[in-house]
Design a protein. Sequence first.
Length: 81
Amino acid sequence: MLDLFKKKPQGRVVTFKIDGMHCTSCSMNIDGELEDTEGVISANTSYKSGTTKVVFDEGVISKDEIQGIIEALQYTVKELR
């Protein structure tokens, strides 16, 4: 199916720089934790670039709460602007 027919996720987008990831399993753990969180529409974490891009519903969760979830996994997080 062509990508132009796929619905794009609706929501606010925030990108974080993440320090402390050691492998691809780290990025998978972050994505899994975020995607299990109410209000997070999608999470795409890259071990290679050390970033995560999160699409979320601001009416349900804040970017500060998302940052706290990642920090609770023992990573250092900083929002990229």
